[in-house]
Design a protein around this ligand. Structure first.
Ligand code: ADP
Length: 385
């Protein structure tokens, strides 16, 4: 049906000129990992990490040029920083020590290639949301603690680089140590190992991360951290479903994803966007958690369904996704998570803590099935649909 070929794509990309050198991106060897499937095209553009932000127009132009070809249905171009290794230092940016990550090797044949697992880590699960403020981080923390209650070895990777909350929610402060100046020891509380950009930069430092830097920071937190043996690493993703999140979902060898949504966002289809994002990168969505599902009056116990509770279950059914559970809007959940004493550990017998524990059990049931069914996923590759 579609006549698009690699040759025609490279020909179109030859029209895209890198502004500094005034040479085209193909001649400069900046294009890698091209995949074409049924008219859907994906490729990476390798850039100098320092130029990341400036290269965004070039990325867009490349996408448009390919999109204009006959037979092309969709185009996804991502910026990668293959050569980031040697010089992305500790300097003012506050990045972790001496990056030595697998990013360079990944960029080669990236889109279809293998994403190496993290040794010792049996499963990695992303917690994602269509937008900020829906309780993604609170869910991550309490889910992780619920998984630990099951007797599992659990880690939390705070990939919400722009607004890291895990140090606060897990009640951890201070800085990670690094015995050899390369590999960081994770921080720990309540038996959960945790790594977050929040430990590496001061809280009031503005996080002006650009595409390639974000990716390199994520790779460092994943691979340059001594996670040890973990049954499950829970990743607190940045909110939203844009290119940055897509790239992250694609770079981490995810076993599955949990989508957190409030009832009103479900109506606005944010959850569907999350689902589509993970489908694009071939990551199974384990299910959806409805947060702030209803309000229980602390005085009289009356249940108010402020945001038309129950929508998540209906929508999950419609989308063929599992409904993992619902968590009410509750002052104790807010206070405890914001004070670093999450409800699952500070009041484990409370009904809301039990809601998280039940969600954790469901998630683990699904994850262990995935592990049994052929091991953890090796390569979330871009699968165009
Ligand atoms: P996100 O990670 O999606 O931006 P957070 O987890 O940081 O959202 O939550 C935003 C705020 O809402 C926090 O102050 C958190 O304590 C609060 N919150 C999250 N879930 C609940 C809930 N079920 N009940 C009450 N407050 C909640």
């Amino acid at each position: 049906m579609s006549g698009v070929t690699e040759a025609s794509i490279f020909a179109a990309l030859k029209g895209i000129v890198e502004p500094k050198s005034q040479q085209d991106v193909v001649t400069l060897g900046m294009i890698s990992g091209l995949i074409v499937k049924d008219g859907n095209v994906g490729f990476a553009i390798e850039v100098d990490p320092k130029e990341g932000a400036a290269m965004e127009p070039l990325r867009k132009a490349a996408e448009q040029a390919v999109h204009a070809l006959d037979g092309v249905i969709s185009v996804t171009a991502v910026l990668t920083a293959e050569r980031a290794g040697q010089n992305a230092g500790q300097g003012g940016g506050g990045a972790a020590p001496a990056p030595n990550q697998a990013q360079g090797s990944q960029a080669q044949g990236q889109a279809g290639g293998q994403r190496a697992m993290v040794p010792g880590v049996r499963a990695i699960v992303a917690v994602a949301s269509g937008k900020g403020g829906v309780g993604k981080s609170t869910t991550t923390t309490n889910l992780a603690l619920g998984l630990a209650q099951l007797g599992l070895k659990v880690g939390v990777l705070d990939a919400d680089i722009y607004g890291p909350s895990q140090p606060r929610m897990l009640g951890i402060s201070g800085r990670p140590t690094s015995p050899d100046g390369k590999i960081l020891n994770p921080m720990e509380n309540y038996g959960i190992k945790c790594m977050s950009m929040g430990f590496l930069v001061a809280e009031d430092t503005p996080m002006i991360w650009r595409g390639p830097m974000v990716q390199s920071a994520l790779q460092q937190m994943l691979r340059d951290v001594e996670w040890g043996e973990l049954d499950i690493l829970v990743v607190d993703m940045p909110p939203g479903t844009g290119d940055a999140q897509l790239t992250m979902a694609q770079q981490v060898p995810l076993t599955g994803a949990v989508i957190v949504s409030t009832p009103q966002d479900i109506a606005l289809l944010d959850a569907r966007k999350g689902l589509n994002m993970f489908r694009k990168v071939d990551v199974p969505v384990l299910g959806i958690v409805e947060n702030m599902s209803m309000f229980v009056c602390p005085n009289c116990g009356h249940e108010s369904h402020i945001f038309s509770h129950g929508g998540a279950k209906r929508e999950a059914d419609k989308l063929g996704m599992e409904f993992l559970g619902e968590v009410p809007l509750d002052i104790e959940i807010r206070e405890t998570s914001d004070e670093g004493r999450p409800i699952v550990v500070s009041n484990p017998d409370a009904p809301h803590a039990k809601a998280y524990s039940a969600i954790a059990q469901r998630v683990w049931d699904k994850v262990s099935t995935q592990i049994d069914a052929g091991g953890a996923r090796q390569a979330p590759k871009i699968v165009m649909q």
